[in-house]
Design a protein around this ligand. Structure first.
Ligand SMILES: Nc1ncnc2c1ncn2[C@@H]1O[C@H](COP(=O)(O)OP(=O)(O)OP(=O)(O)O)[C@@H](O)[C@H]1O
Ligand code: SF4
Ligand SMILES: [Mg+2]
Length: 313
């Protein structure tokens, strides 16, 4: 385990009844600035993974550690330290903001959690936070429905920053917004990341966003990480046919999301590769043995035929 790690997942599996939403996930998140992208089609397990990282969902098996200590056993000030250091930024909508709470109260709600925290030093005022996210102080008294989508997303970001976290876990933070507003929110995240030395786990369907904000990326399919590595290598020279398919679905990285799956999500097969029914490279071995992540080029790939995946055009 890395000495410098903020969060580590080891063999994390999450089930909903008989369905496996995430399986055998290993991931290390350093205590450092920078973006880590998580991409994959609808139902691949991205939000499930985000909830595990945020401590909102306990894995059914496997372990999550925060600075080397099991998250499940953190109590008191250690738990508060985790809660202040790892903050969610959910998509606008989905009740990310309480519709009855004024902007200032939503942000103060974030700040007041500091009182339970032994490590809340350096937290910011509402006015400071609004300025940081490019909002006029006059908006503090508004209700969420009196704001534009972009403004609401800025409030959500301001609230996440209130405790001066180390890591933001962003689940599709811009997908509800139109393209020009998306671009401004991404600029904001880029600037905040640099100014505050923030780590970001960024979940998105949009490969252009990952390419811009994340030096490393993980690709999920059917609850598993199927490819991980430096984003540029992973998109230019994918080592998994699924990454290649995602890449091909957005030929010019113009920002259109790849098509969601057209078939119901399936529990990962006990044997064989879960992608085999859609894979142009599938052979007999793919039906018999589940591929495990291994180093191929600069990245990790879970594919028996990783060496045969053609580079992107
Ligand atoms: N609370 C739940 N109860 C039952 N099944 C769930 C629940 N939450 C998620 N699932 C299932 O777990 C799988 C992974 O869901 P998850 O929300 O993590 O996917 P996702 O990658 O975030 O998808 P999207 O891109 O659509 O947001 C899906 O099959 C989903 O139906
Ligand atoms: S293991 Fe086989 S089926 Fe799975 S992605 Fe690789 S080639 Fe395709
Ligand atoms: Mg999701």
């Amino acid at each position: 385990m890395s000495q410098d790690g903020l969060l580590s997942l080891r063999q994390v599996t999450v089930r909903y009844g008989a369905a496996v939403a995430a399986a055998d996930i290993d991931m290390d998140i350093p205590d450092a600035a920078g973006g880590i992208g998580i991409i994959g089609e609808s139902g691949s397990g991205k939000t499930t993974l985000a909830r595990v990282l945020l401590g909102l969902r306990k894995p059914d098996s496997g372990e999550v550690t925060f600075r080397g200590r099991p998250l499940a056993r953190l109590r008191g000030s250690s738990r508060a330290e985790f809660r202040s250091h790892v903050q969610p930024v959910f998509q606008d909508g989905n009740e990310a903001l309480d519709p009855r709470m004024r902007v200032a109260s939503s942000i103060v709600e974030g700040l007041s959690r500091r009182r339970a925290s032994a490590t809340g030093q350096g937290s910011a005022s509402v006015a400071e936070l609004l300025a940081e996210v490019g909002l006029d102080a006059g908006l503090a008294r508004r209700l969420p429905h009196e704001l534009s989508g972009g403004q609401r997303q800025r409030v959500i970001i301001a609230r996440a920053l209130a405790l001066r976290p180390k890591l933001l876990v962003l689940d599709e933070p811009t997908s509800a917004l139109d393209v020009t507003v998306q671009a401004r929110i991404l600029e904001l995240l880029e600037r905040l990341g640099a100014d505050h030395q923030l780590g970001m786990v960024l979940i998105t369907h949009n490969l252009a966003v990952v390419q811009r904000l994340c030096a490393t990326a993980h690709v999920m399919f059917a609850g598993r990480i199927v490819e991980s590595g430096p984003t540029k290598a992973l998109l230019d020279r994918p080592k998994h046919p699924y990454t290649r398919a995602l890449r091909d679905a957005v030929p010019r990285l113009g920002g259109n999301p790849p098509q969601p799956t057209d078939r119901p999500w399936q529990v990962p097969a006990e044997d064989g590769c879960a992608f085999r029914h859609r894979c142009p490279l599938a052979t007999e071995v793919c039906a018999q043995q589940r591929p495990v992540l291994r180093l191929v080029g600069e990245q990790l790939s879970a594919c028996h035929h990783a060496e045969s995946v053609e580079p992107s055009d």
